[in-house]
Design a protein around this ligand. Structure first.
Ligand code: BTN
Length: 325
């Protein structure tokens, strides 16, 4: 047992827990509980301690150590939830610490080395975006792990609509678009052992408050602030995401396919029904995006033939000129 077990215990309730109850729950002395609580306070957690009542994690609405720990109130999927003021990348952190964590939500207010797909950088300055990763241990075959990316995209789409009233679209398989510009991206990474998944890290970045972007992405990026009159809240968005994701994830694990969200994925797709370019390194080919099937593949028509694209095989760009070369 360590101090974080006490933190998680406090986070899961919203009332005082007595030192006695904690000492019984963990089989250690009340003195030892008090020491651990003090260590947590030293780390920046706000814990109230009242004589005869016990300890309570103070509720907080904004993104903080306390509010992230209290996400555990909303979910049974994750064993721990951590907030950092700054780390290199929440995905890298989750992978580095995978041996010490079972399932976790890792959030950082700022990333010094945020990563995107294809080795790109994800600009992650303090306070402007939401940056987090989920460490998951699904009992699935490795080739199904990419479906988690699409579930995360759906969960974020739902969360953005619920909290900030924007109806976004999913650019298969891992980006969220609004008004033809990218609002959010997802980077899924996996470790396998033999032919089983050891863990999957799903990292999500959302542009929330940015009103201007770095020159290299200025033409293609947008943010929630640019389109929503709602109060911007990273915490509200994260909470709505976790609730949506947990429901989707549990249903997915039962059926191990995306049939249950097929209509939602197709209805809110940014590419289905459009002419696209399939980009593979220097090569690009014209195709018509027809549908996303129940395995999460993008079904396209190319020179009269139907082809199914697996996640990561090619990247997709709209072909608005309708050209074939
Ligand atoms: C992409 O669009 O290429 C994916 C971007 C993913 C960014 C998120 S931010 C949180 C997590 N940590 C990272 O380093 N990357 C992901």
């Amino acid at each position: 047992m360590n101090k974080y077990d006490i933190l998680n215990h406090l986070a899961k309730g919203d009332d005082y827990v007595s030192g006695e109850a904690l000492s019984q729950a963990f089989g250690v002395s009340r003195q030892s509980i008090w020491k651990h609580v003090n260590a947590l306070i030293g780390e920046g957690y706000q814990i109230e301690s009242v004589r005869r009542k016990g300890y309570k994690l103070i509720a907080s609405e904004s993104l903080s150590k306390n509010s992230v720990a209290q996400l555990l109130n909303q979910t049974t999927l994750f064993e721990s939830a951590q907030y950092h003021d700054q780390i290199d990348s929440t995905n890298s952190y989750a992978k580095r610490n995978a041996d010490d964590l079972t399932t976790a939500i890792i959030v950082s207010a700022e990333q010094s080395a945020g990563r995107g797909r294809l080795g790109r950088t994800w600009h992650s300055s303090a306070g402007t975006g939401l940056y987090f990763s989920l460490l998951l241990r699904p009992d699935i075959a490795p080739h199904l792990a990419s479906m988690l990316t699409q579930l995360a995209a759906l969960a974020m789409r739902r969360a953005i609509e619920r909290t900030h009233q924007l109806k976004t679209q999913i650019k298969w398989p891992n980006d969220i678009y609004y008004n033809d510009k990218k609002l959010s991206g997802i980077l899924t990474e996996m470790a396998t052992e033999m032919n089983a998944v050891e863990y999957v890290v799903v990292g999500v970045g959302v542009n929330l408050k940015q009103l201007s972007f770095e020159p290299e992405i200025a033409d293609i990026a947008t943010s929630i602030a640019a389109h929503s009159d709602c109060n911007l809240s990273r915490m509200a968005l994260l909470k709505a995401f976790i609730v949506a994701f947990e429901g989707l994830y549990n249903t997915f694990l039962e059926g191990q396919n995306l049939a249950f969200v097929s209509s939602e994925l197709n209805e809110h797709s940014y590419v289905v029904g459009k002419n696209i370019w399939l980009i593979d390194g220097q090569k690009r080919q014209a195709a018509l995006a027809k549908a996303i099937n129940e395995m999460g593949e993008l079904v396209v028509e190319q020179e009269g033939e139907e082809r199914k694209l697996y996640y990561g095989e090619v990247s997709v760009r709209l072909n608005e000129r309708n050209c074939s070369v």
